[in-house]
Design a protein around this ligand. Sequence first.
Ligand SMILES: CC(C)(COP(=O)(O)OP(=O)(O)OC[C@H]1O[C@@H](n2cnc3c(N)ncnc32)[C@H](O)[C@@H]1OP(=O)(O)O)[C@@H](O)C(=O)NCCC(=O)NCCS
Length: 187
Amino acid sequence: MTPRWREFFGEFWVGPYRRLVPQWTWVARRAPDGPLLGYLTGAPGTASFERRRTWQHRLPLLVDLLRGRYPWNPDARRWLRRSLRLDVHPERCFGAAVKRELRARYPAHLHTNLAPEAQGQGAGKRLIEAYASALEAYGAAGIHLFCGPGPVGFYEKAGFRILARAVLPGSGAQVLVLVRALRPSGS
Ligand SMILES: CC(C)(COP(=O)(O)OP(=O)(O)OC[C@H]1O[C@@H](n2cnc3c(N)ncnc32)[C@H](O)[C@@H]1OP(=O)(O)O)[C@@H](O)C(=O)NCCC(=O)NCCS
């Protein structure tokens, strides 16, 4: 990814976590002072996080985007179209029953990414376990995430299962919701 692309991508995906829930991010490095190889970020309570994100992050980001603060690229265009409801957001492909179940049983969520040179060496698994342990200590009942088919095998090995599948209107791309129950401390 070129630096011009990275700026919007980083602000869109990581910005709200850095600002609103900074204690819920882990990074992967080969050595304590080595370069960053990847991250996992999330929030234990997705519903309250998303409410705060709308007002404190998405609306200011939309204004910045429209003012030309970020270069136009396909990421920015796609997000604008989804924000204006011209395209369907992958997370909106699922019905009310799935949303209810996520809220009740799997309230935490996550995003993770590793640089290509760091993949396949166990870092992804360690990031997931660090997050799951912290969530259990916090008292969260479960985790969910949305993804395409590519990393499903990885998540299944990390204890997730497929809760639901959908097809993204327009593109035909598959979207899956994966969930993992936790054992919150004391339960
Ligand atoms: C998906 C990702 C987070 C996995 O992290 P990783 O460090 O590469 O995975 P690990 O080395 O910890 O692998 C753990 C186990 O999962 C398996 N695995 C890893 N990626 C897999 C995949 N895509 N499909 C099936 N199995 C996979 C590994 O073989 C390993 O199995 P083992 O325990 O039997 O040895 C990382 O590869 C990545 O960032 N990929 C690109 C971006 C992405 O897909 N992010 C997720 C978006 S939702």
